[in-house]
Write a protein that binds this ligand. Structure first.
Ligand code: NAD
Length: 482
């Protein structure tokens, strides 16, 4: 076996207490290429013990020390960026170029952003004239759990871990069992950067086993979770009666609303990306595209031509646009939705088939990017999250109708709007029931902004001050003047 991943507990690398390992498949080939520990509640217990020992120093050492260590972590990931990018691509099937230019740089940025943010973090004072002053002490929660998905492995893992550590918490973190490799590499750079033992503990294994044990552990005070809506619901059922603080970043079914006055070329380029970046496996991808009728035909023709030109293939090849999907199971799920779309009356305009690759890649999970039209707004294909390279397109007439289509799901993560009409941009943005609205752009991210969804896309916000506040407990201290 080429790689054997280990848990990271108390600054050291360990097998799971069970002694068992799970197979880790390489999506590009469909073959097992590493193994990860099959951890359970016993490993969580050891990690909590280690975190408990580390907490008094880490929570009190001060922002300056935490800043320096987290900046070193960022520098070391940057030093090793090529091996991180290769590992991310091998583990997830995403094009290596994407991992090299987006995922890993963003993980580095997450550490730098929160390392510096903690130096500027402040809290409020509420003076009561002539009587007293209240001030808000923001203290670390203690030991917190961070659980993340497979689609942007290190990017989303660090998006949680960095603010949790910066605010002085000790962390028990679990990456997805489908993409554990860069979390494992992260442990090496954390040790080299001098992160004290037990401050960050990383456990590997199945969500229903070790993930559930993290959520259930009474000493773990908060859970920051990114993943599917059904998993979020189950985590809330366990954590809410224990009164844990919860941040749930869940699924989406994001609309793209294109008005006839949109800047056409710019809109087309970005809509290809917002539909198929990372094979559509980004929670922010727009999967329902609504186009105002006067430009519907023009859009359909140009869009389908551009999608047909996307190159599906070896994630390692520099000119690959679309690598492999993350797993056989996910490939089957997405293919199942393409069949469902046809049963529901949809017409496939392009794609829809698996891509057979030669040689070593023959067993990989490749799928053509797929565009479907002719589906009713309320059908399952247009209501359920597919999370793959599949989009539907449909025309709309008026602004009201476009808004009704866009708002017409139970999800509320991100919406994209294309228009040159400033007044309309404001009007529509105000009426969209989503946590994030992009006007004439997509995935333009400023890490200071609140990030998260409404309705079935989640509860709570990450990013900037929201994350620093989530990972701290506000305590009001009221001091009376004499
Ligand atoms: P998932 O819910 O299956 O798993 C996410 C993580 O939770 C994994 O680490 C998994 O092992 C763990 N887990 C599973 N069951 C658990 C349990 N009972 N207790 C504790 N942990 C458990 O999601 P996924 O398939 O890995 O990721 C895809 C989903 O993530 C999509 O729905 C996507 O929209 C969503 N997502 C959302 C955002 C966002 O910011 N809103 C970002 C990325 C992905």
């Amino acid at each position: 076996m080429e790689h054997q991943i280990q848990n990271y507990i108390g600054g050291d690398w360990h097998a799971a207490q069970s002694g068992a390992y799970l197979d880790n498949y390489q999506p590009a080939t469909g073959k097992v290429y590493s193994r990860l520990p099959d951890s359970d509640a016993r490993d969580v217990e050891l990690a909590v013990e280690a975190a408990r020992k580390a907490l008094p120093h880490w929570s009190k050492c001060g922002a300056q020390e935490r800043f320096q260590i987290l900046m070193r972590v960022a520098d070391l990931i940057e030093r090793d960026i090529e091996s991180f990018a290769s590992a991310e691509s091998a583990d997830s099937g995403k094009a290596r170029t994407l991992a090299r230019t987006v995922d890993i740089p963003r993980a580095i940025a997450n550490f730098r952003f929160f390392a510096t943010a903690i130096l500027h973090f402040s809290s409020e004072a509420h003076p009561m004239e002539g009587e007293a002053v209240n001030f808000t002490l923001r203290q670390p929660l203690g030991i917190v759990g961070c659980i993340s998905p497979w689609n942007l492995p290190l990017y989303l893992f660090t998006w949680k871990i960095a603010p949790a550590l910066a605010t002085g918490n000790c962390v028990i973190a679990k990456p997805s069992e489908l993409t554990p490799m860069t979390a494992y590499l992260l442990t090496k750079v954390c040790a080299e950067a001098g992160l004290p033992a037990g401050v960050l503990n990383i456990l590997h294994g199945l969500g229903g086993k070790v993930g559930q044990a993290i959520v259930e552990h009474p000493e773990i005070k908060a859970i920051s979770f990114t993943g599917g809506t059904a998993t979020g619901r189950s985590i809330a059922q366990t954590a809410a009666p224990m009164f844990k603080k919860l941040s749930l970043e869940l699924g989406g079914k994001n609309p793209v609303l294109i008005f006839a006055d949109a800047p056409f070329e710019e809109m087309l380029n970005t809509t290809v990306r917002s539909s198929f970046a990372n094979n559509g496996q980004i929670c922010l991808c727009g999967s329902r595209i609504y186009i105002q009728r006067p430009i519907y035909e023009q859009f359909r023709e140009a869009f389908v031509a551009r999608v047909k030109a996307l190159r599906v293939g070896d994630p390692e090849a520099p000119d690959t646009n679309q690598g492999a999907l993350v797993s056989q199971q996910h490939l089957e799920k997405v293919a199942g939705y393409i069949r469902l779309a046809q049963e529901e009356g949809g017409k496939i305009l392009c794609g829809g088939q698996r891509v057979e690759m030669p040689g070593e890649l023959a067993g990989g999970y490749y799928l053509q990017p797929t565009v479907i039209e002719g589906l009713p707004i309320g059908c399952r294909t247009n209501q359920e999250e597919i999370f793959g390279p599949v989009v539907t397109i449909a025309p709309f007439d008026t602004e009201e109708e476009g808004l009704a289509f866009a708002n017409g799901t139970n999800y509320g993560l991100a919406a994209t709007v294309w228009t040159n009409d400033l007044m309309r941009a404001h009007r529509v943005a105000e009426q969209l029931h989503f946590g994030i609205v992009w006007i004439n752009c997509w995935m333009l991210r400023d890490l200071r902004t609140p990030f998260g969804g409404v309705r079935q896309s989640g509860v709570g916000r990450e990013g900037g001050l929201e994350a620093l506040r989530f990972f701290t407990e506000p305590k009001n201290v009221c001091i009376r003047y004499w």
